[in-house]
Structures are given as structure tokens and as C-alpha cells.
Ligand binder design. Structure first.
Ligand code: NAD
Length: 357
């Protein structure tokens, strides 16, 4: 029998609810490992505030090394009020996550949004709008644009950020979005602010040019202000949303709201070699330590990891089906429960999903 390929996973639980939801995700990963006799090795490392508390830096060398040597990175979440006073480069977000995105060149963030039939009652949209199927994916450029452009910085009286895109950076993310659309409903909506911003004018021109290499894909462009409105008025029109770092950050949270809770949504950040998987939400300091966080986003991030990095699509599908089954069976953490109904804890939700596997 051929030997099974060994995979190493870097596990970075991070801060706030990170370690709580990571515990449940690892439980599911362990169950999948047993079920399919996978050769997986998990290597834990510190990032964010947890790393700062121990090493006085949010992204220690040894964490970076663990990540660089891994086949995939599974991240919880980082940040929280405890570290908000730190100078920018030591903050968990800037010095930890953004630095890692840059160092590993994680250039694309993918966020699939599904509105589960079982959770339609907590979707903030009215039933009049929630008629067709909502199934979209945001492809956000992640390592350029206003979060990285130079000059940037601040004095007591001035703050500067620079939104800059180069043709090659736009081409790379656009090609990814079009390739994804080929395997979906064959539609890309590119979102920019080309009526005002120069970087967006280049973005639109470049995306239009890339589209000529994908004749089967329908491309349309929206200004970001209109796109924000369209996501609420007619979310069914979207298949693949392609957008910049800043607009993607905001619009992907808006589209996340369609599913009812940030706690439902996984994401993948694709790099040239290693990819990173994490929930769409943050460290949720308001509920951290209470055992009530929804672990589904983290668990579905494991499914994305199995699919994209380990090429184990059947195992990925198993996890998605188990999540759906647990929801069908009525298990609800507080964020996805209707007011007054019974809820389960983070751990109980993890157990319910594992039992459905
Ligand atoms: P957040 O995403 O942490 O929380 C927003 C709301 O969503 C909160 O009410 C929270 O309770 C809820 N929520 C999020 N995940 C949930 C889950 N799994 N289950 C149930 N409810 C959930 O955003 P925030 O409050 O703006 O930020 C808190 C901290 O997280 C900040 O320090 C921020 O910088 C950081 N952050 C980190 C990441 C990341 O690690 N990638 C992303 C966004 C924000």
C-alpha cells in the first residue's frame, strides 16, 4: 500500500475566543484524522497578544518558522483591549497578523458566505428579500492597498495612509477570482471606487483586461457605495466578489451579517506557498472566556484547509455536512439562537458536530 502523505499543520489559537473555538476545531480535525487514517501533525505556536505577553513581540521568530515549515496554518483570532495601548508595530493586529500576511505573501482572502436554510430566521434581511439562494464568495486582495502603501504614519496632528495598487498586483488577484468563478456560477463582480480614486481606475482597467482571458465569465463593475447597498437589497445577484483590501475588509463583514453571525464564517488566505485558515470574526473580547462563542467558523476553516491545502475534499465535505446536520438537529450557540430559545455552549456545539461526523 502507498504510504500516506504526512501533513504538518501550524496551530495558532491566538487571543480572546481563539483558544476556545480552536479547541473544538482540533476535536473535529482529530475525528477526521481517525476516520480517514490521516498522517497529520499539529504544531502549536503563539501569536498576537498571547505571544506579546510571553516574548514581548506579537509575531516571534519561532512562530514564523513553524508557519513557514507547515503545509497549512490554522489561526484562531488575535487582539483585544489588553494590547490596544501598545505602539502600532507591537499591536497584535499590525505587528502580528498583518506582518504575517506580508511575510508569507498571503495575497488573497477568500470568504464564502452561505445563508443556511436552518438559520434563515436569524438573517437580518426580510423574508421578501430572502427568496433565492445566497451563495457568494468574496475575493479580497490582502497584501497591498491602503493597509500597506507608503507613506504611512502619524504625528500628533496628522495621520497618513496611502492607497496604491500596481498592475501586477491587481492582475494576480483578478486571475484568481476569475479562476474561482469558472468552478462556480461564472460571474465576477469587481468592486472599486473608480469614479474618484486613481488606484481604483487602474484596478478597473486591469480587471477588464484580465477578463478577456476568461471569455466564459461574466464581469460587471460596481462602485463600493452601490455594492454596499446591493448586498442588502439583492445579495442573490453575487457569485464571486473581487475587491481591494480596504473595501473587502468592510464588505466581507457586511456580507457576513447575511448569514446571521460572524461566528458562522470561515476564511482562507492564500499565499504563494502556505495558506492560512481562520474565522472571519475577531477575538470577540465581549464574550471571551464565557464558553459561549460559536466554534462553527473555526470548524469550517478546518474544512477549507482540508479542501484547499491538503486536497482532501471528501473529508472537507464531511465536516460541512456535519455542521449542517448539527444545525438541523437544532443545536444553537447564543449568537445564532432566536431570542428565548435554548442554547448550547462552545464545547457542546463542538461535541454535536463531532457526533454528526
Ligand atoms: P469581533 O469580530 O471580534 O466581534 C464582533 C462581534 O461578533 C462581537 O459581538 C462578537 O461577540 C461577535 N462574534 C465574533 N465571533 C464570534 C463567534 N465565534 N461566536 C459568537 N460571536 C462572535 O470584532 P471586534 O469586536 O471589532 O474586534 C475585537 C478584537 O478582534 C479587536 O482587537 C480586533 O482588532 C480583533 N480582530 C481580529 C481579527 C483576526 O484575528 N483576524 C479580525 C477582526 C478583528
Amino acid at each position: 500500500m502507498p504510504e500516506k502523505k504526512k501533513h504538518t499543520i501550524a496551530v495558532l489559537p491566538g487571543d480572546g475566543i481563539g483558544p476556545e473555538i480552536m479547541r473544538e476545531a482540533l476535536k473535529i480535525l482529530e475525528a477526521v484524522k481517525q476516520k480517514y487514517s490521516l498522517d497529520l501533525e499539529m504544531k502549536q505556536a503563539l501569536i498576537g497578544g498571547a505571544a506579546y505577553d510571553r516574548y514581548r513581540v506579537p509575531l516571534p521568530e519561532e512562530t514564523l518558522e513553524v508557519c513557514q515549515q507547515a503545509d497549512a496554518i490554522l489561526l484562531g483570532s488575535i487582539g483585544g483591549p489588553k494590547w490596544d495601548h501598545l505602539p502600532p508595530d507591537l499591536k497584535p493586529e499590525l505587528g502580528g497578523l498583518l506582518a504575517m500576511r506580508r511575510m508569507l505573501n498571503l495575497y488573497a482572502n477568500l470568504r464564502p458566505i452561505t445563508v443556511y436554510e436552518e438559520l434563515k430566521d436569524i438573517c437580518p434581511l426580510s423574508p421578501r428579500i430572502l427568496t433565492g439562494k445566497i451563495d457568494l464568495v468574496t475575493v479580497r486582495e490582502l497584501t497591498h492597498g491602503i493597509y500597506f502603501g507608503q507613506p504611512r504614519g502619524s504625528t500628533e496632528t496628522e495621520g497618513i495612509d496611502t492607497m496604491r495598487y500596481r498592475k501586477e498586483e491587481v492582475e494576480k488577484i483578478a486571475r484568481l477570482a476569475f479562476s474561482m468563478a469558472e468552478k462556480r456560477r461564472k460571474k465576477v463582480t469587481s468592486i472599486d471606487k473608480a469614479n474618484v480614486l486613481h488606484s481604483s481606475m487602474l484596478w478597473r482597467k486591469t480587471v477588464t483586461r484580465v477578463a478577456t482571458g476568461f471569455p466564459d465569465i461574466e464581469l460587471n463593475h460596481l462602485y463600493v457605495d452601490n455594492a454596499a447597498m446591493q448586498l442588502i437589497l439583492n445579495p442573490q445577484q453575487f457569485d464571486v466578489i473581487l475587491t481591494t483590501n480596504l473595501f473587502g475588509d468592510i464588505l466581507s463583514d457586511e456580507s457576513a451579517a447575511l448569514s446571521g453571525s460572524l461566528g458562522m464564517l470561515p476564511s482562507a488566505s492564500l499565499g504563494d506557498s502556505t495558506h492560512l485558515y481562520e474565522p472571519a470574526g475577531g477575538s470577540a473580547p465581549d464574550i471571551a472566556g464565557k464558553g459561549i462563542a460559536n466554534p462553527i467558523a473555526q470548524i469550517l476553516s478546518v474544512a477549507m484547509m482540508l479542501d484547499y491545502s491538503l486536497n482532501l475534499q471528501h473529508a472537507a465535505r464531511d465536516i460541512s455536512s456535519a455542521v449542517r446536520r448539527a444545525l438541523k438537529d437544532g443545536h444553537r450557540t447564543r449568537d445564532i439562537a432566536t431570542p428565548g430559545s435554548d442554547t448550547v455552549s462552545t464545547r457542546e456545539m463542538g461535541d454535536a458536530i463531532r457526533n454528526c461526523l
